[in-house]
Ligand binder design. Structure first.
Ligand code: NAI
Ligand code: MG
Length: 333
């Protein structure tokens, strides 16, 4: 019975996710549908990138979801005609199937204090608010702020210098002269928790608030893989060479501009074979490798030698060949 209920809930959840993703995609592609969704949707207000929040108890803040008519009425009360509402940007879809938007009212020169008062909320810097927001709402507010910021700093085409035009959802900006379409961007960043098996390594930058320590992080250079960036950053920042990289998860990070955080664990411990994962691991000399490379793969079951290596098309084979070449060039130097 319990399992049946669980499966039902999971399939309803899956259905919701599937439908809401399709719905959001449709709104991104159809300006008229997006405008009508805005009139029935929920809007989160910002003032110069600072989100409007409501304090539910002294420790917890929540973003305020306002309806179209509520925002219209607040704007009217504060002396604006409400045309600003069209500048709302699509950010998601609620579990009740309401499209969610964000709107920065700072541009209109409206007084943030009177808007906050009319909405019974307070504008609070996202860096401060981030740790006080509810789990599911923090990423939504972060995404909203990042999209608003992206629109603010991408008003012009890099090729022609002309003003770019956004679509109704705010999921892209296009230049009519160059036909270039710009999409919101995140910079890839690796973040790694280095461990020696017993301790983990944390660091802090001089710009961090006093006492704050975090995992090592750094921007990926153009053309780098995740692993390359991770090794380079760790070597650069603490002079260590990492041995194992284990991907953990990813996260959008809005500060100071949008980053796409790729989080990994890595170790700097000596060889320590996990016998659940591997039966054995050990060191091989160049002669043993040369010998193993001579085995025709795959060897017949009855004639299997003690050691043989992956076939030519496997990247592992390439790595072994490169290593052997390196040994040769060292020998001849
Ligand atoms: N979510 C989290 O838990 C944490 C997030 N972070 C974030 O990771 C990011 C990277 O960490 P850092 O140690 O500062 O990186 P970093 O170690 O690469 O140093 C930053 C420097 O990299 C250069 N750089 C190269 N590409 C850049 C780009 N696309 N944008 C900006 N600067 C670029 C700049 O000269 C900049 O001063 C930061 O935005 C930081 O906010 C950092 C620690 C924890
Ligand atoms: Mg760094």
């Amino acid at each position: 019975m319990y399992i049946l209920c669980y499966l039902c809930i999971q399939s309803i959840r899956y259905c919701f996710l599937y439908c809401s993703r399709r719905y959001i995609n449709r709104l991104k592609e159809n300006d008229a549908a997006c405008l009508s969704a805005l009139q029935n949707g929920h809007i989160f207000l910002f003032h110069r990138l600072i989100p409007l929040l409501q304090c539910s108890d002294p420790e917890t803040f929540r973003p305020i979801a306002l309806t179209y008519s509520e925002v219209q009425s607040v704007l009217h009360k504060c002396g604006s005609d409400g045309s600003l509402l069209k500048e709302s940007i699509l950010i998601g879809c609620s579990e009740q199937n309401h499209a969610q938007f964000c709107l920065d009212v700072g541009k209109s020169m409206l007084d943030s204090f009177s808007i906050a008062q009319n909405c019974k909320g307070t504008f609070m810097d996202l860096r401060k608010a981030f740790f006080l927001l509810e789990g599911a709402e923090a990423p939504l507010v972060a995404k909203a702020q990042a999209l608003l910021q992206w629109h603010q700093i991408n008003r012009f085409c890099g090729a022609t210098g002309q003003l770019t035009q956004r679509n109704q959802a705010g999921s892209q900006r296009a230049c009519s002269s160059s036909s270039i379409v710009y999409y919101p961007k995140m910079s890839p960043v690796v973040i790694v928790l280095v461990s020696d098996g017993k301790r983990c390594l944390l660091g802090r930058q001089s710009s961090f608030p006093r006492g704050l320590y975090s995992a090592l992080a750094g921007f990926c250079d153009m053309g780098e893989t995740l692993e390359e960036a991770l090794r380079r950053e760790v070597a650069e920042e603490v002079g260590l060479e990492v041995q194992n990289i284990i991907y953990s998860s990813s996260q959008h990070w809005p500060f100071p501009h949008s980053s796409f955080m790729l989080a990994c664990h890595a170790t700097v411990s000596p060889l320590n074979v996990d016998h659940l994962e591997l039966e054995d691991a050990r060191w091989f000399t160049e002669e043993e490798i040369t010998c193993a490379l001579q085995v025709k793969a795959p060897p017949w079951r009855d004639h299997r030698p003690a050691v043989w290596l992956p076939p030519k098309h496997a990247v592992a084979h390439r790595l072994i060949m490169e290593w052997r070449e390196q040994q040769h060039s060292q020998d001849t130097e």
